[in-house]
Design a protein. Structure first.
Length: 449
């Protein structure tokens, strides 16, 4: 029998009012769960697995406050398997082995064990390795939750045995819906009259930046600090909200438009070779509370989209900055991003990579059934060889020029040029090399060098 809190009111049905609003309002079912419709909408794969109680080992990856732990607890309420809630913060090898022993004994009796590990990225390699044989044998179904990229933080062998579900930051409307429910629900402020304008609820949702926990914490703070009249009704004013939120809410407007305006300003300043403006917009974003990894991902994209082979080291700089942000976090990573942003601003510019891909994509979409030329097809079977798969193929390394005059594009696309190098930076060398290659393949020269 579950023991109720000493602080629970008799008429609350055991509800502990000393808990934060976010804890009291934690969804108890898929119907109450907000967001992640790409995973939990009608007919979606994760919803079907939960409803049919056919859970396999999986990792929930997403930013804080999007419902990873909540989703695991919903599974716990629905499953017929034994469910063990395990924290990577407070547990070690000894605790893992004890739980694995219990799971083995349960498996011998034909019972399943689901083990939920919160913050699984905090486990070191040895601790993660301790799970592996039991996941392989089916002694446990592992559900891990992490805010970090599983590719970096979870052992490859363990990760390969888990399905990764990416949980997305909640949208503004998702958070507004959650806040409205908090005002109606008896577990929240449903038993109290709270007057708060719709645009203030939306401002809280924008301020929370996709984090349900942050949104509910802010709502709780503004209600507790609101103006109460003689009847006990609470009115939340714009001034109260301003006092309870940080500077970030002033930098990102309620529609989220400023978020996109700032990243656009950063991108276009780098493209225009203006390092001073680029660093300013970078600082504006980071000091407003933007995720540095989001900025780093955009910088990585810029390195190929706007610099490309004009300076091949640009991508190295950008990827290194992303890794540095991952290792250092804020505020230490600000200087790493600054280095990348200034480097990219000063680098020669070429958009030939994006132009090449977009042109090839358009042809690929329009002509999806174009056959691969026989000469470059693989021929692993006798039948394929009899059908002339690979007939006439020339291994480039066996030739003097290290290339052959073979047709590699489908017949309908012969002569199509996607990559059109510019004269900027090192790309001028690639342009000369490409022109020489094409001239040799056309039989116009004796050597491509």
């Amino acid at each position: 029998m579950e023991q109720t809190s000493l602080f629970a009111r008799p008429d609350d049905g055991g509800l502990d009012r000393s808990q934060p609003l976010a804890a009291r309002l934690r969804p108890r079912s898929l119907e109450e769960y907000v967001g992640q419709k790409h995973l939990l909408g009608p007919g979606k794969v994760l919803r079907r697995l939960i409803e049919s109680d056919q859970i396999s080992s999986m990792i929930f990856w997403g930013p804080p406050g999007v419902g990873k732990t909540t989703l695991a607890r919903i599974i716990a309420h629905r499953t017929r398997a034994a469910f063990i809630d395990f924290s990577a913060v407070t547990s070690g090898i000894k605790e893992i082995r004890a739980i694995m022993q219990r799971a083995e004994e349960a498996r011998a009796l034909g019972e399943r064990t689901i083990l939920f590990v919160d913050e699984i990225h905090r486990f070191n390699k040895a601790q993660q390795d301790a799970f592996l044989p039991f996941v392989e044998k089916g002694s446990i179904v592992l559900i891990g939750a992490t805010t970090e990229n599983p590719s970096f933080e979870i052992n490859g062998a363990l990760l390969s045995r888990c399905k990764v579900f990416v949980l997305q930051a909640l949208g503004t409307q998702d958070l507004v819906e959650l806040l409205q429910r908090a005002l109606r629900d008896e577990r929240g402020f449903g038993g109290q009259e709270v007057r708060i304008a719709p645009d203030l609820l939306e401002a809280i949702a924008v301020f929370a930046n996709g984090d349900a926990r942050s949104a509910l914490q802010t709502l709780e703070m503004v209600v507790l600090n609101g103006d109460m009249d003689a009847s006990g009704a609470v009115t939340v004013t714009r001034e109260t909200l301003a006092q309870c939120t940080s500077r970030r809410s002033l930098l990102y407007d309620k529609k989220g438009e400023e978020h996109y305006n700032l990243i656009s300003a950063l991108h276009k300043s780098m493209r225009n070779s203006d390092p001073d403006a680029a660093v300013y917009w970078l600082a504006r974003m980071l000091e407003a509370g933007e995720d540095p990894l989001y900025v780093a991902r955009r910088v990585v994209r810029f390195a190929s989209e706007d610099v490309g082979l004009a300076d091949p080291r640009a991508l190295e700089q950008a990827v290194a900055a992303y890794q540095a942000c991952h290792f250092n976090g804020m505020p230490e990573c600000t200087v790493n991003l600054t280095q990348a942003v200034i480097y990219l601003s000063l680098a020669p510019k070429s958009n030939a990579m994006e132009v090449a891909y977009n042109a090839a994509r358009d042809d690929a979409l329009k002509q999806l059934d174009e056959p691969v030329p026989l000469v470059i097809r693989n021929a692993p079977t006798r039948l394929m060889q009899d059908l002339d798969y690979g007939k006439g193929y020339q291994y480039a390394h066996d030739t003097k020029e290290k290339m052959a005059r073979m047709q590699c594009l489908p017949d309908s696309l012969v002569g199509r040029a996607y990559y059109r190098p510019t004269e900027e930076g090192l790309e001028a060398r690639f342009r000369s090399r490409l022109e020489a290659i094409k001239a040799w393949k056309a039989g116009k020269t004796d050597s491509p060098k």
